[in-house]
Design a protein around this ligand. Structure first.
Ligand code: SAH
Ligand code: MG
Length: 216
C-alpha cells in the first residue's frame, strides 16, 4: 500500500495556498505543528455552511488554520470568536486569517479559555457552532460550557479524540487520556446531545445539542 487512507483522499484535492501559508508560518515560528487535519478542516467549512451557523466559537486558535476553515463557512455577517491562551499565537492567527481575506469575520479573545467562556456566558453571548481544540484535560469542562452557551440545535465539534492512539491504549492513564475518555463517553451518552465519533486522522467528535425533548 503506497498511501494511507487519509493521505489517499487528501492528495485528490487542489492545493490551498492560504492553509499552506499558515503551516509555513507555524514552522518558521517554531510553533507546534498540530493544526487540524486538512480533511477535518474541509468538514468544518462544510458543516458551518450546511447548518447556516452565524455565531461560531473556537477554543484554541494556534496559527489560524482551523480559524480559516471555520470562517470560510460563514455567510457575510457571521462571526467567529476564537479563544486563545497566548497573545503571540492570537496575533499570528489574526495575521493569517486576514491574509486569507477573512479578517473581518474573526475576533480573538486572549486568555485562559475557562475564564473567557465564563465571561461570554455572563455577557449573554450564544453560539450555533463550537470547535473544541485546546488543552485536552479540560475537554469535559469545555463541553459543559459549550452546552451552556449553545443555541437550540447547535453543533459541537472536537478534535483529537484519539490522542494519537493513547485514548484506546489501556496502559495509558495520564490526565489528558482520562479526560478524553470521559469526553468521548459524554458525546455518546449525554442526554442533552446526539453524538457521533469519526475515527479518521486523530479522531473528531460531533454532537448536536438537544435541549428540548421535542426535537428529533
Ligand atoms: N485549532 C487550531 C489548533 C489548536 S492547538 C488549528 O487546528 O488550527 C491548541 C491551542 O490551544 C494552542 O494554540 C494553545 O495555545 C491553546 N490553548 C492551550 N490551553 C489553552 C487554554 N487553557 N485556554 C485557551 N487556549 C489554550
Ligand atoms: Mg487539534
Amino acid at each position: 500500500m503506497e498511501l494511507l487512507p487519509d493521505q489517499y483522499f487528501d492528495q485528490l484535492y487542489a492545493r490551498d495556498t492560504d492553509l499552506e501559508r499558515v503551516n509555513e508560518v507555524i514552522r518558521s515560528h517554531g510553533m507546534p505543528e498540530i493544526s487540524v487535519a486538512s480533511g477535518y478542516g474541509r468538514l468544518l467549512t462544510f458543516l458551518i455552511s450546511l447548518s447556516k451557523a452565524e455565531r461560531v466559537l473556537e477554543i484554541g486558535a494556534l496559527g489560524g488554520y482551523s480559524g480559516i476553515c471555520l470562517a470560510r463557512g460563514l455567510s457575510p455577517g457571521g462571526e467567529l470568536v476564537s479563544l486563545e491562551l497566548r497573545q503571540d499565537y492570537a496575533d499570528i492567527a489574526q495575521i493569517n486569517v486576514s491574509a486569507a481575506g477573512l479578517g473581518d469575520r474573526v475576533r480573538y479573545v486572549v486568555g485562559d479559555a475557562s475564564q473567557s467562556l465564563a465571561m461570554l456566558h455572563s455577557q449573554g453571548d450564544r453560539f450555533d457552532f463550537f470547535f473544541i481544540d485546546a488543552d485536552k484535560e479540560n475537554y469535559p469542562h469545555y463541553l459543559d460550557e459549550c452546552i451552556r452557551l449553545s443555541n437550540e440545535g447547535a453543533i459541537i465539534a472536537a478534535d483529537n479524540t484519539l490522542l494519537r492512539g493513547k485514548t484506546i491504549d489501556s496502559v495509558k492513564q495520564g490526565p489528558s487520556v482520562l479526560s478524553m475518555r470521559e469526553f468521548n463517553r459524554r458525546i455518546a451518552q449525554d442526554p442533552r446531545l446526539v453524538g457521533v465519533h469519526l475515527p479518521a486522522y486523530d479522531g473528531l467528535a460531533l454532537a448536536r445539542v438537544i435541549k428540548r425533548k421535542t426535537e428529533f
